[in-house]
Design a protein around this ligand. Structure first.
Ligand code: S3P
Length: 448
């Protein structure tokens, strides 16, 4: 099956084998954005080829950066060359219109990078992105001196007009969000003095690692009281090559399917940054057989092979720091909770409500559609154990992770699952269905 049809049916199947998932989406965005500040050519390899990362590439091109990418087998590789800090579109204060598509990371990180580089932008996106809050980044940008306007003060389109060089700020983020932290740090690259971000819990530190790798002074990290405190000293990043590790959030679909009994699956070269391994910890806590091979460094990130095999699943609770470390995988982990003996409880995860869709509501609706009972909580959900998904029909609601979770429900369930709006899978994982078929899964396109 080529591409991702909008309506698909996934049948109960056994899976086995090795799957090379795409480059990590978070890392791919950063592998484009940071080089756009370097001035010289930067070779980038192994980027995710999904629509979200393409949106970042297109945005940088609109700002005059040379971004040349070619297919490299699984994803994209090529060259980024530009100096957003120099003259170019938006530097005269007239905002450049940029379509971020479905990608919240593009919108938030680019808002910070552009403001720090003196480029005016007007950032917009699809219906899903237009429902997601931007006030969380408008705050620090305004504090640094930029002029910021958003629809109803909190929704895209977001217009950012820098007014001279930004001030170095101390920003106390109300939630642990890597997108907020990264937007503030990328803004700080061009600031007059150091920029400091504090948060109630650590979030993925890919931006800090890449900026350090690029020779910048980035201090701090997790704090003794469970929070996070990071300081960036302004400067120009220097990079020649960025190699992107494979995506643990994409691999998680196969890991959960395996843990739920589909078979044994190996995912080589995935990013094992501790900020991203929460889903593996949840699977281990449930009792799945998780094996992590030796790690090696790839542009400042630890990577290695992960093998997951079926196990006797007990029960688990996810809250606090583990929520942030397993954030994007919580929808698919709900399936492991359903087939476990004692179930899965997820709390302190209200951030799930501002993702590509309201994922608390979305995952409970998805489970109901395939005959699994779950309870929605203001800040999470509870899935009682002892339930195998049956057949059903799920609407993806513009959310790639809900669509892929529904596909896994079809694989591990007792009857086929039909998915409407499956085309959204291409925003992060365009080769998902070919990988599913290669592992032995049965999937077909359904005529509308
Ligand atoms: C991302 C951070 C996470 C995650 C998103 C990508 C990033 O969001 O959900 O898919 O690349 O920084 P938070 O901003 O909630 O950490």
């Amino acid at each position: 099956m080529i591409g991702v049809p909008d309506r698909i049916r996934v049948h109960p199947s056994s899976l086995a084998g090795v799957v090379h998932v795409p480059g990590d989406k978070s890392l791919s965005h950063r592998a484009l954005l940071v080089p756009a500040r370097c001035g010289g050519p930067v070779t980038v390899r192994g980027l995710a080829a999904g629509a979200d990362v393409r949106a970042t590439a297109a945005a940088l091109r609109a700002l005059g950066v040379r971004v040349e990418l070619e297919p490299d087998g699984v994803g994209m590789s090529g060259v980024v060359e530009g100096d957003l800090g120099a003259a170019g579109p938006g530097a005269d204060g007239r905002p450049v219109a940029i379509d971020c598509g479905n990608s919240g990371t593009t919108l938030r990180l680019l808002a910070g990078l552009a403001a720090g580089a003196g480029r005016a932008v007007r950032l917009d996106g699809d219906a899903s992105l237009r429902r997601r809050p931007v006030d969380r980044i408008a705050g620090p940008l305004t504090a640094a001196g930029a002029l910021v306007a958003a629809r109803e003060d909190r929704l895209p389109p977001l217009e950012v007009r820098p007014a001279g060089r930004p001030r170095g700020i101390l920003w106390d983020a109300p939630v642990a969000s890597a997108q907020i932290k990264s937007a503030v740090l990328l803004l700080g690259l061009g600031a007059t003095d150091p920029t400091r971000v504090r948060a109630p819990a650590p979030s993925r530190d890919h931006t800090e690692r890449l900026l350090r790798h690029a020779g910048l002074r980035v201090e701090g990290g997790p704090t003794a009281d469970g929070g996070e405190d990071v300081v960036l000293h302004p400067g120009t990043p220097r990079l020649t090559t960025v190699d992107v590790a494979r995506d643990p959030s994409a691999a998680a679909f196969w890991h959960v399917a395996a843990a739920c009994g589909a078979g044994s699956v190996v995912t080589p070269d995935v990013c094992l940054n501790p900020g991203r391994t929460g889903a593996l910890d949840v699977l281990r806590a449930l009792g799945a057989a998780v094996d992590v091979g030796p790690t090696r460094d790839r542009t400042g990130e630890p990577t290695g092979a992960v093998t997951v095999a079926p196990g006797e699943l007990g029960g688990a609770e996810v809250r606090g720091g583990l929520v942030v470390r397993a954030l994007d995988e919580l929808p698919v982990l709900a399936l492991a909770g359903a087939v476990s003996r004692d179930g899965l409880e997820v709390r302190e995860a209200a951030e799930l409500r501002v993702k590509e869709s309201d994922r608390v509501r979305g995952v409970v609706a998805l489970l109901a559609a395939v005959g699994v009972t779950a309870t929605e909580l203001p800040d999470g959900f509870v899935v009682p154990g002892g339930q195998r998904p049956g057949g059903g029909r799920v609407r993806a609601d513009g959310d790639h992770r809900i669509a892929m979770t529904a596909a896994v429900a079809g694989v591990i369930g007792t009857a086929p699952v039909e998915i409407d709006g499956a085309a959204t899978i291409a925003s992060s994982y365009p080769t998902f269905l070919t990988d599913l078929a290669a592992l032995g899964g049965r999937v077909e396109a359904v005529d509308a």
